[in-house]
Design a protein around this ligand. Structure first.
Ligand code: 6GU
Length: 269
């Protein structure tokens, strides 16, 4: 997979040389190219921003450097890239979207600073490429570089051969499978006792069926506590009999449609 990142802070992308992504690059599975947007400016001050039309606070990134840079970068490869524009007003980045992007041969990231990029840049490339405006969560960052790091890590670990053990992402929170739609529960390693804290007996029991059940119960408890919206959103097919009794014991009420809710369903008069 080829990844290009176009930014005014190339040094912000240094973490792409480290750990999982760094190793994927070294192994030749990822071709990452970071570009300094200011290379595509022509004035002495390498200006990339200007005041907003219509007034208001902050500055807006000028269209010309982005246009010239994106034209050069996209002309330098084969086929059409997916253009990823990180923005808090984009659609949410999810595991599903990470998986979709991991199947693309070429991603070009365009992280902005200031109040964002002149809208005409998105309009221009919408006509030519698959353009995705993506947000990594409901909070506001000062620029799109940290979101690029987040998205690249989520995508890179899904590439074949990047994560050492293929089973490692099977039980990820948000990955499909037996634990689909549940957060991951706690994990333990040796020693069996540490500062008076014990590893749960069931994990040492060797009863694989009971271990799986316990892990699922823990995942359910944690999801109910931290992400009740995920429990409510699950269709009735998510839950087996044991899950239903676990949820009931956690104070959840089963509605007539088999979905669970935090409060008892309203009763018809
Ligand atoms: Cl992608 N960019 C910025 N600046 N802030 C964000 C974001 C992106 N996602 C959440 N907050």
């Amino acid at each position: 997979m080829r990844l290009d990142v176009l930014t005014i802070f190339p040094e912000y992308l240094e973490p792409l040389n480290v750990s999982l992504v760094g190793k994927a690059r070294a192994a030749g599975r990822l071709d990452v190219r970071v570009h300094d947007l200011r290379q595509w400016t022509h004035d002495r001050h390498h200006t990339v921003d200007d005041t907003p039309y219509g007034g208001g606070p902050g500055m807006v990134m000028k269209p010309e450097p982005w246009g010239e840079a994106l034209d050069d970068i996209t002309a330098s490869g084969e086929g059409e890239p997916v253009l990823v524009v990180p923005t808090p007003s984009g659609r949410p980045f999810t595991q599903e979207l990470a998986a979709e992007l991991s199947g693309k041969p070429w991603l070009v990231f365009a992280p902005a600073r200031y109040e964002g990029i002149d809208r005409r840049v998105i309009e221009e490339y919408r006509g030519r490429y698959d353009v995705r405006e993506i947000s990594i969560g409901d909070y506001v960052l000062a620029g799109g570089e940290a979101p690029v790091l987040v998205m690249v890590e989520a995508v890179a670990r899904l590439l074949p051969g990047v994560l050492g053990n293929a089973a490692s992402h099977g039980d990820d929170s948000f990955a499909p499978g037996e634990m689909a739609d549940l957060l991951e529960g706690p994990v333990y390693t040796k020693p069996p006792e540490w500062r008076g804290h014990q590893v749960p007996d069931v994990l040492i029991s060797g009863h694989h069926g009971r271990i799986r059940r316990w892990r699922r119960d823990e995942a359910l408890r944690r999801t109910a506590l931290h992400r009740p919206d995920l429990i409510e959103r699950c269709d009735p097919g998510c839950w087996d009999r044991h899950d239903r009794s676990t949820l009931a014991a956690l104070g959840w009420a089963e509605g007539p449609d088999g979905r669970f809710g935090r409060t008892p369903p309203a009763v018809e008069e």
